[in-house]
Write a protein that binds this ligand. Structure first.
Ligand SMILES: Cc1cc2nc3c(=O)[nH]c(=O)nc-3n(C[C@H](O)[C@H](O)[C@H](O)COP(=O)(O)O)c2cc1C
Length: 629
């Protein structure tokens, strides 16, 4: 009775919710796309569903159970035959029999693997038959709709396929309810049928364990254990014919999916909103800027890349004659757990000491920023020690340093999203204060190690090619650093197609924060000058997440770090300066600010041939160089 009342209450709540959503969507939800919250919920259930093997003993409320079974029963089926039945098994004695069956099969299957995989296989927990309060067997009865079923004649297995759809419906609904499901297929079916009293023609398609999980892991347990990684989406999609990964009529769909798969954690919505606001360059403003440049009192194109730069800034800002009076460099600081591996020539304490130096105005970045007329914004994203409070220090500490990426993921997905969001917030505050041009900067002992790992993971280039000497380690130190990065990639297996996964596993909090700065600035049409290697790693992640952000980036300089050229080439960016810099802090970015300022000043301030009364090439019949000779 109580369950019945619960169900009634639930029904009313669902109806109210449906009506609310229909109002919100201002059209009937039965047709068209779902309102954003619903749609997001579906993706969340799909992305966060996990196979669960560790359960808490709490019982599953009957109302919840009824809802997930009803979801299963709404699966598609061939000829609408609904071949499934759901057998619920709470009885401990029955479950013990199934557990024995499973255990025998589990051991027997070990013979199929060679060492060391055999030992690893045997170490896995592959079922929670007794821990879970409830088991459920979803069966397929091929005879249910008679001998001839609409649509089943050519492929008789379609009834089993349909039953799998019911399993998946249940699995997703259970995830939405916070309920864990674990599929146990390590069972001999005749014995299972005998235990459950099933007739021989019925196929036990899925034996499932149901209950509240100890936790929902962020990724499949088998992936976390290094057994098998998720394949890149690009490898899965074929265009038009089997095996064809590229086709002129098709864009690379895997790239478009990145923002969609980017749906984890509390800050996710904010980040998606920001990426959605990033627009292509303003073609009209660029055309006007180009036309004006061609009218200025100089041979066309004679100011080379300064001309291209000014036109790009016009496209970014949407202004045909942009000016950039308000400049800032955002310097994010954080520590790296990998520092314990001895990958840097300096001790970790230097990160905090340098933050103090930035705040005191005595570091290289302060001097160069003063000369460039840029304000220096210093933020703590994850410095290992507590910094004394300072009016100019922006406190956004995610954690006191990342975890050692050579031993496991550097951070959690929540932390990565929080750091990206912090970066967005920092740049948005600066935009409110007035910002026309932003530079990126970093401070973090150990952060070239994280950056090299990011470049290797995303570009697929060997670690030796993308690893430099950071703060100045010797040959032996460099070899050790390469080995540490190789270990990090081996242990974590970052998914090259998922930039957030790469960031989580081998990134840093300041790098994640800079991803946010880049996205946040691009969303508000502000040109972004990318400093060196660390900022470049952030730019790489940002462009992989949201390819249109690339057009907003200006690469400041060519760093001494050898992976830098590779990352810039990957983003198709050509740096402005080549000064053998390897300091970071944003120093290269502020040096390049002068050039960007010069580029837009030329476009804005120079007179045209018409204004100056100077003859143009065509009229004067002279070649371009003669103007200056
Ligand atoms: C048909 C099928 C049978 C499975 N059998 C088992 C099993 O016997 N034991 C187990 O631990 N997991 C089993 N799984 C779960 C998979 O290992 C799991 O789905 C996969 O590793 C991906 O992880 P995720 O479900 O957490 O995303 C099975 C999954 C499917 C679809």
């Amino acid at each position: 009775m109580q369950d019945h009342d619960n169900l009634k209450e639930q029904r009313t709540a669902e109806e109210a919710h449906l009506e609310g959503a229909e109002r919100q969507a201002s059209r009937p939800v039965l047709s068209g796309s779902f309102p954003p919250q619903w749609r997001e919920g579906v993706y969340q259930a799909i992305l966060r569903r996990r196979d669960v093997r560790r359960f808490r003993p709490d019982p599953v409320p009957h109302a919840v159970l009824a809802r997930v079974l009803n979801a299963a029963h709404h699966a598609p089926s061939v000829g609408f035959m609904q071949p499934w039945n759901f057998t619920l098994i709470a009885n401990r004695v029955t479950r013990e029999k199934v557990q024995d069956l499973y255990e025998r099969e589990r051991i027997a299957a070990a013979q199929f693997f060679d060492e060391p995989r055999r030992s690893q296989y045997l170490s896995f927990k592959l079922a929670g038959i007794l821990d879970a309060p409830l088991n459920l067997c979803i069966t397929c009865d091929s005879t249910k709709a008679g001998p001839v079923v609409l649509g089943r004649n050519s492929v008789p297995e379609t009834d089993v396929y349909s039953t799998c759809c019911a399993v998946q419906n249940l699995w997703l609904a259970a995830r939405a309810e916070g309920l864990g499901v674990g599929w146990v297929s390590i069972l001999k079916l005749p014995q299972l049928r005998a235990i459950l009293g099933m007739p021989p023609h019925v196929v036990p398609v899925a034996y499932l364990c149901l209950g509240y999980p100890e936790e929902f892991l962020e990724q499949p347990e088998l992936a976390r254990a290094g057994w098998r990684a998720r394949q890149p989406l690009a490898d899965i999609i074929y265009y038009e014919v089997w095996g064809e990964h590229n086709h002129p009529d098709w864009p690379a769909l895997d790239r478009l999916a990145r923002v969609a798969s980017f749906t984890k954690g509390a800050s996710m919505k904010r980040i998606i909103d920001v990426t959605r606001r990033i627009q292509p360059l303003d073609e009209a403003a660029m055309r006007l800027a180009r036309e004006r440049h061609d009218q200025l009192t100089k041979p066309q194109g004679s100011l080379g890349r300064l001309e291209e730069l000014a036109i790009k800034v016009a496209g970014i800002t949407g202004l045909a004659r942009p000016r950039l009076p308000n400049k800032a460099v955002v310097v994010l600081a954080a520590d790296h757990g990998v520092a314990v591996e001895g990958v840097s020539a300096y001790p970790q304490a230097v990160t905090a000491q340098m933050v103090q130096n930035f705040l005191g105005g005595g570091a290289a970045i302060n001097v160069l920023a003063r000369r460039a007329g840029a304000r220096v914004i210093v933020a703590d994203l994850g410095v290992a020690t507590d910094l004394p409070s300072h009016p100019e220090l922006v406190g956004k500490k995610i954690r006191a340093g990342t975890r050692n990426l050579a031993e496991g993921p550097a951070m959690t997905m929540q932390e990565a999203l929080a750091a990206i969001t912090a970066g967005i917030e920092i740049v948005e505050v600066e935009i409110d204060r007035g910002l026309d041009l932003v530079g990126t900067g970093d401070m973090g002992i150990g952060n070239t190690t994280a950056s090299s790992a990011i470049v290797a993971a995303i570009t697929g280039r060997p670690v030796v090619e993308v690893t430099g000497r950071g703060t100045g380690i010797d040959d032996q130190g460099w070899q050790h650093k390469v080995a540490v990065i190789e270990r990090a990639l081996h242990v974590n297996r970052p998914d090259p197609a998922d930039p957030l996964d790469v960031l989580v596993k081998v990134g840093g909090y300041e790098i994640a924060g800079l991803v946010g700065v880049i996205l946040g600035a691009a969303a508000q049409r502000i040109p972004i000058i990318i400093d060196g290697f660390i900022s470049g790693a952030a730019a790489l992640v940002a462009t992989e997440l949201c390819p249109s952000v690339r057009d907003y980036l200006i690469a400041a300089h060519n760093s001494v770090e050898q992976g830098h050229r590779i990352m810039l080439a990957h983003m198709d960016l050509v740096p402005l300066l080549n000064l053998n810099l390897r300091l970071g802090e944003g120093t290269g970015a502020v040096l390049a600010m002068g050039l960007v300022d010069d580029a837009v000043a030329v476009l804005d301030e120079m007179t045209t041939f018409g204004e100056a009364g100077v003859s143009q090439k065509a009229e004067a019949q002279q070649d371009a160089t003669s103007l200056h000779t």
